[in-house]
Ligand binder design. Structure first.
Ligand code: PRP
Length: 229
């Protein structure tokens, strides 16, 4: 998908916008932002605060807090200039407008296939020809299985995938696994890892051309902050 032309660039006089994902990744991201020299105003850390855009200690940089999938969309369409997104989201959308210069080495998890414990014993993945999968990642899932000749029918869910097998929606899910606690609590077993995931710095390619000095500076600061961990 490509961004409409009128959204390509934002005036050079306007503040740069950094998009970050809300939720658990923020706990790991906050110290990394501090090492990069970014201190959001206090309201940013207050989860009860309903504002979505915040100032930082840098008068030229504002920060927005959005859903992880939406970080990539805001940056790809030039509404934000840079952002933090997992490679799960980047693989799902595959936006050509995004430049991905730094692996931030936070948010480690994996994208995996899981199924009920009692299915695993008699299951032989080599015999699959058509499977039904509940997932937030239909594109990655289809591509992954198509590569080995398996047709994956994907049912798109936005959360609580782990409920789908026990309620008969499907037998398998593709979802992020970190500690494995959510799978275990729902009697599911990880049977295959599709990709190792970490958070990446993403930059809008058009903005990188028009505001090269400022964005180049931020890329360096994020690189140093990630290396210093
Ligand atoms: C993610 C993911 C799993 C869970 C895995 O959801 O979708 O449900 O974390 O983590 P675990 O292996 O440590 O149990 P998250 O809590 O981020 O919320 P979400 O459902 O809104 O994506």
């Amino acid at each position: 998908m490509s961004a409409p032309e009128e959204m390509d660039t934002v005036s050079a006089n306007e503040n740069l916008i950094l998009a970050v994902p809300k939720g658990r990744i923020l706990r790991e991201l906050t110290p990394l932002l501090a090492r990069a020299g970014i201190e959001p105003e206090p309201a940013f850390a207050d989860e009860g605060n309903r504002r979505l855009r915040f100032a930082t200690n840098d008068p030229g940089l504002d920060i927005i807090r959005v859903r992880s999938f939406d970080v990539a969309t805001f940056v790809a369409f030039g509404a934000a200039h840079l952002g933090v997104a997992g490679n799960d989201v980047l693989m799902e959308f595959d936006y050509p407008e995004l430049y991905v210069p730094v692996d931030l080495n936070i948010g480690h998890c994996r994208l995996s296939v899981a199924e009920p414990r009692d299915l695993v014993r008699d299951d032989d993945p080599a015999r699959w020809s058509h499977i039904r999968v509940a997932t937030k990642y239909p594109e990655i899932t289809r591509r992954h299985f198509a590569a080995r000749g398996v047709q994956a029918e994907c049912i798109k869910l936005n959360g609580a995938m782990e409920l789908a097998p026990s309620l008969g929606l499907c037998r398998r899910i593709v979802d992020l696994v970190s500690s494995g606690a959510t799978l275990a609590a729902n009697d599911l077993v990880e049977v295959e890892v599709i990709a190792e995931i970490t958070s990446r710095l993403i930059v809008n390619r058009a903005a990188l051309k028009t505001r090269a000095a400022a964005l180049g500076g931020w890329i360096e600061r994020f690189r140093e902050a990630a290396d210093a961990a």
